[in-house]
Design a protein around this ligand. Structure first.
Ligand code: 5HY
Length: 247
C-alpha cells in the first residue's frame, strides 16, 4: 500500500522530519511518500494559518488521487481540511490529532496533550470535542515554543517540551501524553525516556491506523456527508475546479 503524508505547512525540513518518522514505523510492504503544499504558511499557529493551510491539503489530496494513493495522513495537529479531504477520496484520510487521541485511549483512561503555543490549545480542544474525547483529556498544555523552533539544532525546544510533559505527569493524574505537533514526530523516544510515561505521537499513530484500515478493506464512506462534492462552477483562483469531476 501507498500512504501519502501531507505536511500542511510549507517547511520542507519539517516535512522531511515527518517523512522519516513515518518511514521508520511503516511496515516493510508499506510505501510512504510525503509532501507539503508549495503555497501556504511556513508554520500553523492560529485559526488564520489553519484556514489557509486547508486549501493546500485539499490540493495535495487531489494530486494524490491522480497517483492512486491508498491512504492520506494530514500531519498537522489541527487536522486542517480533514473532512473536506475525506469528501475527495474513497481512501482513508487520517488526521494526526484524531489518530493520537484514539491510540491514547487504547492504553490509558486519561491523557494530556503537550503542544507548541498556548494560543493553539483551543484548536485541540475543539478537536477533542468534535471527536468525542473531551472527557478523556485532562489538560491541553503548551511548551510555549513557536512551531519552527522545533527545526533548530539546539535542544532548547526539546527541553521545554520535556519539562511540560513532566508537569503533566506529576499534576494531571494521567496515563499517557499526546504530543501536539507534527514537528515533534522525531522526539517521541527521547521524551518517553525522560518522562517515563507512554508518549503517543500522531504521525506514527496515523501510519499504523492507515495500515489497519487498508488491511481491513475500509476507506472513507461515500454515503452521507462525505460523499464526493457536487460539481459546480468555481470562480477566480479556483476556476480550474469548474471542470473537476470528483468521483
Ligand atoms: C503542526 N502547526 O502540527 C501544528 C502544531 C500546532 O505547523 N504543524 C504546524 O501547534 O498546532
Amino acid at each position: 500500500m501507498h500512504i501519502r503524508v501531507i505536511n500542511p505547512n510549507t517547511t520542507a525540513t519539517m516535512t522531511a522530519t515527518i517523512d522519516a518518522a513515518a518511514k521508520r514505523i511503516a511496515a516493510p510492504s508499506t510505501q510512504v511518500s510525503s509532501t507539503n503544499p508549495a503555497s501556504g504558511p511556513v508554520s500553523i499557529e492560529s485559526h488564520f494559518d489553519e484556514a489557509l493551510s486547508a486549501v493546500g491539503v485539499i490540493e495535495e489530496v487531489m494530486r494524490g488521487e491522480q497517483e492512486k494513493v491508498d491512504a492520506y495522513i494530514i500531519a498537522c495537529f489541527g487536522d486542517p481540511g480533514l473532512l473536506a479531504a475525506r469528501e475527495l477520496t474513497r481512501a482513508p484520510v487520517i488526521g494526526i490529532a484524531e489518530a493520537a487521541f484514539h491510540m491514547a485511549m487504547l492504553i490509558s483512561t486519561r491523557f494530556s496533550i503537550v503542544t507548541t503555543l498556548g494560543r493553539t490549545g483551543i484548536i485541540a480542544e475543539h478537536l477533542l470535542d468534535m471527536y468525542g474525547f473531551s472527557h478523556h483529556c485532562r489538560r491541553v498544555r503548551a511548551a510555549e515554543i513557536p512551531v519552527l523552533d522545533l527545526e533548530d539544532d539546539s535542544d532548547a525546544a526539546l527541553i521545554r517540551i520535556i519539562d511540560e510533559c513532566k508537569r503533566a505527569r506529576d499534576e494531571d493524574n494521567i496515563g499517557a501524553i499526546v504530543l501536539g505537533c507534527g514537528g515533534m514526530a522525531d522526539l517521541t523516544a527521547q521524551i518517553s525516556d525522560a518522562v517515563g510515561l507512554p508518549v503517543v505521537e500522531g504521525v506514527t499513530a496515523a501510519v499504523k491506523l492507515s495500515e489497519a484500515l487498508v488491511g481491513l478493506g475500509l476507506g472513507t464512506s461515500k454515503y452521507g456527508d462525505l460523499a464526493f462534492p457536487r460539481s459546480k462552477r468555481f470562480t477566480g483562483q479556483f476556476e480550474h475546479l469548474s471542470q473537476q469531476r470528483f468521483d
